[in-house]
Design a protein around this ligand. Structure first.
Ligand SMILES: [Fe+2]
Length: 311
């Protein structure tokens, strides 16, 4: 008897906005890019989707120059969105940010210059944020005390596991200028997270989407909201593109899925009723498929190759 395959639904959906590079009002990034408009576009897209977002993760380079005015512009877009979603906003430092202004303007905290590490809970999901910046440097680094703090925190597993957030990717970049600015000595982080309940490591910084592994844990590098790095730049060149994107991170009970969501203004190709489309999708269980394959006539390989060539 044929039964309908169950649809898997995520336990938590997070929206990751990285590298927003907000500048003060009246300015454009590189004199040409309205990063505030990109952020507003992202906020509208998230709000209009109606998706149950469990949290907004802003993973560094939130402002381009670290000015208090730029942080206020960011907050004025992000926090109303969070209220509408009934979801927390979790901020991480990037190398373009300034710790003192970041603390005072986004966290309403004392403007100290200590690393901004933090722990947040979304139901049973733990979000650990590491400040991978070193003031005055573009590459990332985690101090021994930060890694010791992380080891202590991870000693107690979370019911739904942990998402680790840091701006600098702990994996290589295929673009030379990005590779030179990734996390230094990633093996030190790998030793701490190995065997822990960290389910995915989320980063930004590269301005291109990538995935990889650290100690067997998936690492997701989000594309940027401000502009994109072109991984097909001609050899010897580092080309930037006028693109904008965010990431959608879906946490399932048994896996994690990270997806790129393009945000640049674009033409809608189709806009169909999803339930109508779902009716036309083959949802036969694999057990029934196996029996169908078992009963299929045997086709000799020469005929099969002829058939392929004709296709
Ligand atoms: Fe950036």
């Amino acid at each position: 008897m044929t039964t309908v395959t169950s649809v898997r639904t995520p336990r938590h959906t997070l929206i990751q906005l990285s590298d927003t590079h907000i500048v003060p009002d009246g300015e454009l990034l590189y004199g040409r890019v309205d990063t505030h408009a990109n952020l507003e576009s992202a906020a509208h897209a998230v709000a209009d989707s109606g998706i149950a977002v469990a949290g907004l993760l802003l993973t560094g380079d939130l402002t381009d120059g670290g000015s208090p005015a730029a942080y206020r512009r960011l907050r004025e877009v992000v926090e109303p969105l969070a209220r509408q979603l009934h979801a927390p906003v979790i901020y991480a430092m990037g190398n373009h940010d300034e710790r003192a202004a970041f603390r005072s303007e986004l966290l309403s905290a004392e403007p100290t210059t200590e690393p901004c590490d933090s722990v947040h809970w979304i139901s049973g999901l733990r979000i650990v944020v590491l400040d991978s910046t070193t003031p005055g440097h573009e590459s990332g680094y985690l101090t021994a005390s930060q890694l010791a703090w992380l080891r202590d925190e991870l000693a107690r597993p979370a019911p739904d596991g942990t998402v680790l957030v840091l701006h600098h990717p702990p994996i290589p970049s295929p673009m030379l200028v990005v590779e030179l600015m990734t996390l230094r000595e990633p093996d030190r982080l790998a030793q701490v997270v190995a065997g822990s309940d960290v389910r995915i490591i989320l980063s930004g910084h590269a301005h291109h989407a990538s995935c990889g592994l650290l100690a067997g844990i998936p690492v997701w590098v989000s594309p940027a909201a401000a502009f994109g790095a072109d991984l097909l730049s001609p050899v010897g060149r580092a080309r930037a593109l006028r693109t904008s994107a965010c990431s959608r991170i879906d946490i399932y009970s048994d896996t994690v899925v990270a997806s790129v969501v393009p945000l640049a203004p674009t033409e809608t190709l189709f806009d169909n009723d999803e339930s109508e489309m779902a009716r036309h999708i083959d949802r036969t269980p694999t057990t029934d498929r196996t029996s169908a394959i078992d009963q299929a006539p045997v086709i000799d390989q020469a005929s099969a190759r002829q058939g392929q060539a004709a296709c």
